[in-house]
Design a protein around this ligand. Structure first.
Ligand code: SF4
Ligand code: SF4
Length: 252
């Protein structure tokens, strides 16, 4: 069984946020509720301050603190290593939002992060908290995997595009969007990344490209000291942008 993970090369990432837009389109996100975000920050002080950026999806932790606190079992881990939210079981208590050290979860019924409030523009019908002006294919509505148009009073987050990756041929080491046979199974953010800064594959396969890159290029994980063991790795190179206080394998 695969253990899916992502590698993001910070030396290649140009901060264009195409990944964020692609994720929003693929997963029907409201403006401002970005399952995949690019966070901008400065390091250093004037006159040598530098603007940097940092792409941040759910880290799909091997040891997810969000799952540990969920009282209903709504947050769960699939056999292939993906952390999901079953919207049929979620009671909206938000324990998981507090427990996640990476701030990647969203609850719909809070004030809009971006005006206008799209929930007012496209009001929801029945159990949906909002309806986009296009029809969602039935095949994309899968509340057990937290996929589709978010219903009322539940928490959501990045699914690694589980509706795509779970249909990939078994035993595939890497979901390479350059391969026409694999492109439709690859997460939308990886497909759309123009500089090719994102890679997706099987962390349990030592021959996969992602495993090799993590080993060869000393991939680091965010806040690794907390013990969540993220399955998203960052390659920092010499000019990478992982904030120095967050990287575990600091350059010597
Ligand atoms: S990043 Fe947060 S929401 Fe995602 S698996 Fe880890 S603890 Fe859970
Ligand atoms: S908000 Fe939902 S997913 Fe989060 S801890 Fe509560 S029941 Fe679980």
């Amino acid at each position: 069984m695969a253990k899916w993970g992502m590698v993001i090369d910070l030396e290649k990432c140009v901060g264009c946020q195409a990944c964020t837009v692609a994720c929003g389109m693929e997963n029907n996100r409201l403006p401002g509720e970005n399952w995949q975000d690019v966070i901008f920050f400065t390091e250093g002080t004037y006159p040598s301050a530098q603007l940097k950026w940092f792409p941040r999806p759910c880290q799909h932790c091997e040891n997810p603190s969000c799952m540990a606190v969920c009282p209903t079992g709504a947050t769960y881990k699939t056999e292939d290593g993906v952390v999901l939210v079953d919207w049929d079981k979620c009671i909206g208590c938000k324990y998981c939002m507090v427990a996640c050290p990476y701030g990647v979860r969203f609850y719909t019924d809070e004030k809009p992060l971006v005006a206008p409030d799209m929930r007012k523009v496209h009001e929801g019908k029945e159990s949906h908290s909002w309806n986009p002006p296009w029809k969602m294919p039935d095949a994309r509505e899968d509340w057990k995997h937290g996929v589709g148009i978010q219903p009322h009073d539940v928490v959501s987050k990045c699914t690694f595009c589980y509706h795509r990756i779970s249909k990939a041929p078994k035993g595939t080491p890497d979901l390479d969007p350059q391969d026409p046979k694999l492109r439709e199974f690859t997460p939308a953010c990886v497909v759309t990344c123009a500089p090719g800064a994102r890679f997706f594959g099987d962390l349990s396969n030592p021959e996969s490209n992602v495993s090799r890159m993590i080993g060869d290029k000393r991939g680091v994980r965010l806040l690794d000291q907390l013990g969540n063991k993220p399955q998203v790795y960052y390659l920092t190179g010499d000019g990478g942008a992982v904030p120095s206080s967050r990287a575990i394998n600091k350059k010597v």
